[in-house]
Design a protein around this ligand. Structure first.
Ligand SMILES: Cc1cc2nc3c(=O)[nH]c(=O)nc-3n(C[C@H](O)[C@H](O)[C@H](O)COP(=O)(O)O)c2cc1C
Length: 466
């Protein structure tokens, strides 16, 4: 069997071998031995470390939402690590191409670990070309994202240059392309960049950012800062989802789940809310195109895909986050916020004294978040509250509507025998100053969809009336 000595290889070959070995989770010597075995027609020993390229490739090609992420050589390249994390959370498959310059800022290895796929860097890499091919690479994705899009990459795109893997794939692609520019404000303002942006917009390329703010270079500020990873992830979701977006341009705040009110470091006051209804409403609003901020108490269910989530523990934290998220067109206050909290919070775990606990627990009232919004100078245009009642549903709901200056109250019967708290179903009465609508018992996601239909209709009539 032929052999080679790794240290005798020239630098370029050594680098290529190093990258390939890292991708496959092997030492350089082991990788070289396997390559030689393959060229000799011997079957290489079974792979125990990572799956082969073909397995990765299959996983990518079979995925529902496939993103080809092209990373350019900008200082903001590091933000792509968080972007990939967000995309993975949204169950998207991500394949990465890096330009040569991008590799000066972050390593293929860290991107491979996050994307669970091999990172491609070289147009003339025989193995990658044989396995995937640059044409298929650009066609197999549902969306191509260029982030950070350097001035150089945008110039290449605008002028049809194709002198490396990134620019060749961009030329060969027949899929929508999202460009995320990031550069020094002077570069962004330069007439050449202005011309290139205009050309790319004319070619139907989508853009997100750049934003205004401080640059990595000290003392530099202006327009040129790359959009934040979550903003990019939301733009990607928007481009992939072609369903109607009747709430596009509207901003919504939703609260969900219970709150935990501490008594001491290990004990708290809570309730049985699961967060299922609030999360379903946030997701349905997001799918309808609204920009959704979901402020959630502690729950054991996954974050919705179409909302930005803020996790809180207590009613006071929830109120602060809701008010910080203003202004909003829509607010749906679903969380089962604790009405009271312990008047004192002990710093240390409270101990039994001679086998006895405290005689009583003094409570104090929590802020009323819904009422606070109803009376806020920045009151959302459409304010919706939930009323969890165990008796006199309509009477209590109607009183709440008035007292809290809400537009609609969704009253639901949370008596223990109904199993609403924590369960999958809900029976709603929608109360407004126009009357009452009694909805049949439905799954909480159906409740969410019906509510969003009502919200869409509300804004449509309002637009017609004005
Ligand atoms: C430290 C440093 C930071 C850079 N940051 C940016 C940047 O944010 N945006 C940009 O357009 N170019 C930036 N450049 C210049 C690009 O790296 C350079 O134009 C490179 O050729 C781009 O290659 P690419 O477009 O193939 O990735 C930076 C260069 C250096 C040395």
């Amino acid at each position: 069997m032929p052999s080679i000595t790794v240290r005798n290889l020239d630098e370029d070959t050594k680098q290529a071998l190093r990258e390939r070995a890292a991708r496959n989770g092997r030492s350089m010597e082991e990788e070289a031995r396997l390559m030689l075995a393959a060229t000799e027609g011997q079957s290489p020993p079974p792979l125990t470390a990572k799956p082969s390229t073909t397995e990765h490739e299959d996983a990518f090609s079979k995925a529902d939402n496939r993103i080809l992420l092209i990373i350019g050589g900008g200082i903001a390249a590091y933000k792509c690590l968080e972007l990939i994390r967000h995309l993975k959370k949204k169950e998207m498959a991500v394949r990465v191409i890096m330009t040569r310059a991008a590799q000066e800022f972050i390593t293929p290895l860290s991107l491979e670990a996050l994307s669970h796929d091999k990172v491609l860097t070289n147009l003339f890499e025989r193995e990658a070309e044989h396995d995937i091919g640059h044409i298929r690479l650009s066609r197999e994705a549902d969306l191509v994202v260029v982030a950070p899009a350097t001035a150089d990459l945008m110039a290449k795109m605008a002028n049809g240059l194709a002198d490396d893997l990134a620019s060749t794939c961009l030329m060969a692609s027949d899929k929508p392309i999202l460009v995320v520019p990031a550069m020094n404000p002077a570069m962004w303002a330069h007439p050449a960049t202005r011309r290139n942006v205009k050309t790319l917009e004319g070619d139907g390329i989508h853009f997100v950012g750049p934003n205004s703010g401080e640059m990595a270079e000290s003392g530099e500020a202006g327009v040129g800062r790359m959009a934040e990873p979550l903003e990019i992830a939301n733009a990607i979701t928007g481009l992939l989802d072609s369903s109607p977006k009747p709430l596009a341009g509207r901003r919504a705040i939703v609260t969900s789940g219970p709150t935990h009110e501490p008594i001491d470091p290990v004990r708290y006051i809570a309730n049985r809310s699961s967060g299922k209804q609030g999360h379903a409403i946030a997701e349905a609003l997001g799918r309808a195109g609204a920009e959704v901020i979901l402020v959630s108490g502690p729950v054991n269910i996954p974050d919705p895909k179409h909302a930005e989530i803020i996790h809180v523990q207590t009613a006071r934290e929830m109120q602060k986050m809701v008010e910080t998220a203003l202004p909003a067109d829509i607010a749906v206050m679903v969380a089962a916020v604790a009405d009271w909290r312990s008047a004192e919070t002990a710093d240390e775990k409270m101990k039994k004294q001679d086998g006895k606990g405290p005689d009583s627990l003094a409570l104090t009232e929590n802020p009323d978040i819904l009422k606070g919004l109803g009376h806020h100078h920045n009151r959302p245009q459409l304010l919706i509250g939930f009323a969890a009642e165990t008796e006199k549903l309509e009477e209590h709901g109607r009183a709440k509507l008035k007292r809290k200056k809400a537009d609609w109250i969704l009253a639901n019967d949370v008596s223990a025998e109904n199993g609403v708290m924590g369960g999958d179903n809900n029976t709603i009465r929608l109360l407004s100053n126009k009357g009452v609508e009694a909805w049949p018992t439905m799954d909480k996601t159906e409740v969410a969809e019906r509510l969003v239909e009502r919200i869409v209709a509300h804004f449509e009539t309002e637009t017609v009336e004005t």
